[in-house]
Design a protein around this ligand. Structure first.
Ligand code: TYM
Length: 318
């Protein structure tokens, strides 16, 4: 069976090092290590519409994510870089999935439960999120979805939905597997919780030196031990634990020195990425052309699949 890889990010704000180490870095690594795999990297703009309902902001965020993708090393020659809204089959398939899905099943989603606990008014788009994401994945006969731990349940939804559809209408969809790297499945933020845009505990991936300093200085340290755990856990992303253990022993109890060392390591890592991004940003037209071409490539595959789906459900009469 042909291997197909698909993943994506929501254009809801600047990506952070949790997005990068938890998912995006794997995308770039796999691009090199699996040349024969068909690859799709999506900008989930219709998902983001649940959160960003502002024309200028959404537009800017989409463009920003394309720049982020190119800057980390995604290569449009090897991978289709596209936005979800360019391929209308995503929303069509999500609707079809809605019709075979029950509300109690969607009410088990972590994201829904979290919102419910917080007593938030939950939009229908947010409630249906797992079905749109199932459509994203299943439309391309995706076999592998490299993501962080927080997306695991969504991929289970995609598998369940594929099975259910296949049971009702006959074999149609491939069951995808999540690819989650254990050591970076949940990258912690500056407060030790999962790094997340919504928790305000992030270190942006393309941060300036000043932003890096500020973020690192805000890392919460527990004064009871000699090793500041939250600093160490983030530092591990940039340097081997063998090296870190020597450094953290030598600087035992010297939190300021250790934070300075972390700032230096993050800055050295981010600088070339930031510069690459600035280069791409100079040529907005070329970047938009890449996105458009990626959309055409994705559309060609998705359109063929949606025709099969229409045939299976019984709406394709000519
Ligand atoms: P999003 O935009 O929240 O996050 C993008 C990717 O970053 C990972 N991630 C993390 N990994 C480790 N540690 C963290 N602290 C951390 N924070 C975020 C996420 O797991 C994710 O892989 N629903 C998706 C977008 C999406 C999608 C898809 C992904 C829509 N359709 C189809 C794959 C396939 C999301 O909101 O990711």
């Amino acid at each position: 069976m042909k291997k197909v890889l698909l993943s994506g990010i929501q254009p809801t704000g600047r990506p952070h090092i949790g997005n990068y180490f938890g998912a995006m870095k794997q995308w770039v690594d796999l691009q090199t290590s699996q040349p024969d795999t068909e690859k799709f990297f999506m900008i989930a703009d219709y998902h983001a519409l649940n959160f960003i309902q502002n024309n200028e902001e959404l537009k800017q965020n989409i463009l920003d994510v394309v720049l982020d993708y190119l800057a980390i090393g995604l290569d449009p020659k090897q991978s289709a870089i596209f936005k979800q809204s360019d391929v209308s089959a995503h929303t069509e398939l999500a609707w079809i999935f809605d019709t075979i899905t029950t509300m109690p099943y969607l009410m088990r989603a972590h994201a829904f439960k979290d919102a419910e606990v917080k007593n938030k008014e939950i939009g229908v788009g947010t409630f249906n999120y797992p079905m749109l994401m199932s459509a994203d994945i299943l439309l391309y006969d995706t076999t592998v979805v490299p993501v962080g731990q927080d997306q695991k349940q969504h991929i289970e939804y995609a598998r369940d939905t594929a099975e259910k559809f296949n049971r009702i209408f006959g074999e149609t969809f491939v069951l995808p597997e999540a690819l989650i790297m254990k050591e970076v499945a949940v990258v912690p933020g500056t407060d030790g919780q999962k790094m997340s845009k919504s928790y305000g505990n992030t270190i942006p991936l393309f941060a300036t030196d000043e932003e890096i300093r500020k973020a690192v200085m805000s890392i919460v340290t527990d004064s009871s031990g000699s090793i500041p755990k939250n600093v160490y856990e983030i530092h591990k992303l940039f340097r081997s634990t063998t090296e870190l253990d020597v450094l953290y022993k030598e600087k035992s109890g010297k939190y300021k020195d250790l934070k300075d060392a972390l700032i230096a390591d993050i800055s050295a890592f981010i600088k070339p990425l930031r510069e690459r991004r600035e280069e791409f940003a100079k040529n907005k037209d070329a970047v938009l052309a890449i996105l458009k071409a990626g959309g055409e490539k994705a559309k060609a595959k998705a359109q063929a699949k949606i025709e099969v789906v229409r045939e299976k459900i019984g709406v394709r009469l000519y």
